[in-house]
Design a binder for this molecule. Structure first.
Ligand code: LLP
Length: 445
């Protein structure tokens, strides 16, 4: 395996990480000192990076396509503090569950700027969202439409999730518009137009537009352009049926950098390119310019985050490999087992040291598959070293679990050399808080 210069990797490609005196710095804080202060495993989140990226999105759209909203895709990283940071910048939010909705509202998000997505919202969630005054439902089934009709007290704005049939180049589990996708109504087979026409008859439904999301971690701008062509063609079709489309939601999906092979455009380039392409597509088709919604998640928070681990057991299997086990694993980063996701790492106190030893970084879960990095050149490790992995701000904390009754790690915000909890640590007592003593009631007779 080729040796690579860790310093260059960390400094040039991930968020705004720096290396000073061989030590990894994030948000002006020393990573190893953070590990000492807060313990490991630890998620660290660079507030300035996320705020800067989100603000740039808002600015780009204001310039390229003024009638627009940037909605933060909550699923990437959901906790109240993230909305405290993003709502004042003018962002709305995409939520997909009662829990995300609750958190967004707690974090100060304006309900009118919330788009409630999800392919199977429960009746309780629909009722809660209506009561909360959520701005928009993104309807994904006729079952959901009936639930909204039942619970809405006045006309509820809805968009329909449609499937434009774009096969974006990304892992098949994060592609969302293959023909057999569980999401959306197919444009190609006529289902989408039929359900939209049928929705016009509902008393409490106000159809405002259409939504798609072609997948996540996408690098090619062409994938978004194909989606825009298909969505604007569909608007032409709906117009010909007498249906006005006021809003067009193009979802998220802009790719970020995890490993050297990833070569994303800047997030602003993706956004500007798509917005310009849409403006031209609308003009050439002679249709009314819809209000545009983008829902970036990963590209706002992904590179803002790193994870810190303490190296523990180091075990060499003769002639095969050397494992360095860390105190994290699939409970705090399930992406490796789910999507074969790949990461790079540095030792926080010798971030630019020569990498001369090959390791497999193992997690601590009782699963042979719990490997975080299967083969990485690092300086020689010893127990107690602090290892940092990059681009862990999106889909890490939000996908973490208590598997093996490990703690979901806390999240520390860093900014201008200061640190603070964004999400506090769990305790053993938290782990048993909802455990019940068995006491059967008689109602099953
Ligand atoms: N809008 C909708 C309707 C979505 O379904 C998603 C992501 C987004 C926006 C945000 O996409 P982003 O900008 O973050 O790519 N857990 C997977 C990613 C699943 C994404 C699901 N939908 C991962 O860890 O890679």
């Amino acid at each position: 395996m080729k040796k690579s210069n860790a310093a260059a990797t960390a400094e040039m490609c991930f968020g705004e990480l720096k290396i000073e005196n061989h030590r990894l710095k994030i948000g002006g804080c020393d990573a190893a000192e953070l590990a000492k202060k807060y313990g490991t495993p630890l998620y660290v989140f660079d507030v300035n990076y996320a705020v800067k990226t989100a603000a740039a999105y808002v600015d780009v759209l204001k310039r390229e396509y003024p009638d627009s909203t940037v909605c933060y895709a909550s699923k990437a990283f959901c906790c109240t503090a993230i909305y405290n940071l993003l709502a004042p910048l003018g962002l709305g939010a995409d939520v997909v569950s009662g829990g995300e909705l609750y958190t967004a509202l707690k974090g100060g998000m304006d309900p009118q700027k919330i788009y409630f997505h999800g392919n199977n919202k429960s009746e309780a969630e629909v009722e809660y969202a209506v009561k909360s005054g959520v701005g928009y439902f993104v309807v994904d089934s006729l079952y959901e439409l009936e639930l909204i009709e039942k619970h809405a007290k006045k006309k509820q704005n809805v968009l329909f999730r449609v499937n434009p049939g774009v096969e974006a180049h990304t892992h098949r589990f994060i592609q969302t518009t293959t023909p057999d996708s569980k999401f959306g109504f197919s444009i190609a087979d006529g289902t989408a137009e039929n359900v939209i026409l049928s929705a016009l008859k509902y008393k409490n439904i106000n159809f405002v537009g259409i939504a798609c999301h072609i997948g996540s971690q996408i690098f090619e701008p062409q994938s978004f352009e194909i989606a825009i062509d298909k969505m604007t063609d569909f608007i032409v079709r709906l117009n010909s049926l007498g249906v006005t489309v006021e809003q067009l939601d193009l979802g998220g999906g802009f790719g970020v950098h995890y490993i050297d092979e990833d070569k994303p455009l800047t997030s602003e380039q993706y956004m500007a390119n798509s917005a310009r392409y849409l403006a031209a597509a609308v003009q050439s088709r002679g249709i009314k310019k819809p209000h545009l919604i983008f829902e970036p998640g990963r590209s706002i928070v992904g590179e803002a985050g790193i994870t810190l681990y303490t190296v523990g057991a180091i075990k060499t299997i003769k002639d095969l490999k050397t494992y360095a086990a860390v105190d994290g694993g699939m409970f705090e980063n399930p992406r490796v087992s789910l999507y074969d996701a790949r990461y790079t790492a540095v030792v926080a106190t010798k971030a630019d040291a020569e990498r001369d030893t090959l390791y497999s970084i193992a997690g601590k879960c009782c699963e042979s598959g719990d490997i975080l990095i299967d083969g990485i050149m690092l300086p020689k490790l010893t127990g107690g070293d602090i290892l940092a992995t990059f681009t862990t701000g999106a889909y890490h904390y939000s996908m973490a679990s208590n598997y093996n009754r490990n703690f979901v790690p806390p999240v520390i915000a860093v900014k201008d050399g200061k640190s603070a909890y964004m999400v506090k640590p769990q305790t053993y007592e938290d782990l048993v808080r909802n455990d019940a003593i068995l006491e059967f009631s008689e109602d099953g007779k």
